[in-house]
Design a protein around this ligand. Structure first.
Ligand SMILES: [Zn+2]
Ligand SMILES: [Zn+2]
Length: 242
């Protein structure tokens, strides 16, 4: 599998840095995973070549570009055939409410803990994360290699057990030690991401969802101190192999 980082800015986009969004590619199948602001126009391929969409949760920094896609795929002379969309039910409810119609460019399937989907040659399994709204993490299995994307999460819950031994952990790291918001424990610090990666035996840790006001080099350094191995940063416009 190859992961194209479309955007990795935490909480809101910055110039040249879209918010959360990736394209997971395997054997000619391309899945757009999270549709944060700025990701639709930054997709690494023609949007019509996207085969399916997966959304972690309803927060706008992860799904607002579903509406950009809706306009692009609907209001043209040859609208796209419905694209499979997997997300928690409330994502569909919120988007439908905002648009005041069901977006016909999507073929929606609600997903939650225990659900899985076959997309091309990939099997994608979902698990509930520790966030303030219903959020799914996604475990991607393609030809024996595995990737887990946390979406937004805190450290609580059973999700780390679900992903023990994963090859690549693509983890949010919204906080640094100096900027931890203890009133909102539903995000991870870089140290917590490193501790979890070490505990579950992740083969590689890739940090994402670092807000524009933090220095990513500090996040990497803090995560490395806990993981005790080198840590990679998810940089918009780059890609990595799983
Ligand atoms: Zn977020
Ligand atoms: Zn969130």
């Amino acid at each position: 599998m190859r992961v194209h980082v479309v955007g990795s800015s935490g909480t809101y986009p910055a110039h040249g840095r879209p918010a959360s969004g990736y394209v997971v590619e395997q054997g000619g199948t391309r899945v757009w995973c999270d549709a944060g602001p700025g990701t639709f126009i930054s997709l690494p391929v023609d949007p019509d070549l996207i085969d399916a969409v997966v959304i972690s949760h309803q927060h706008p920094d992860h799904c607002s570009d579903l509406m950009a896609a809706f306009h692009a795929w609907t209001y043209r002379p040859d609208p796209r055939q419905p694209v499979p969309l997997y997300a928690p039910q409330v994502v569909w409810d919120r988007i439908t409410g905002f648009l005041e119609q069901e977006p016909s460019c999507f073929d929606f399937t609600p997903v939650w803990t225990g659900d899985s989907a076959r997309i091309g040659e990939m099997n994608v399994s979902f698990v509930e994360m520790d966030h303030s709204v219903p959020t799914v993490g996604s475990l991607w299995n393609g030809t024996g290699r595995t990737l887990f994307f946390t979406g937004d999460t805190g450290p609580a819950g059973d999700w780390p057990d679900f992903v023990a031994g994963v090859d690549v952990l693509l983890s949010e790291a919204s906080y640094q030690e100096a900027t931890k918001n203890r009133d909102y424990p539903h995000h991870l610090s870089a140290v917590e991401a490193g501790q979890i990666a070490r505990r579950i035996g992740a083969g590689q840790l890739v940090l994402t969802h670092i807000p524009p006001y933090l220095d990513p080099a500090v996040s990497v350094s803090e995560a490395e101190s806990a993981y005790d191995r080198s840590v990679r940063l998810a940089v918009a416009g780059t890609s990595f192999e799983v």
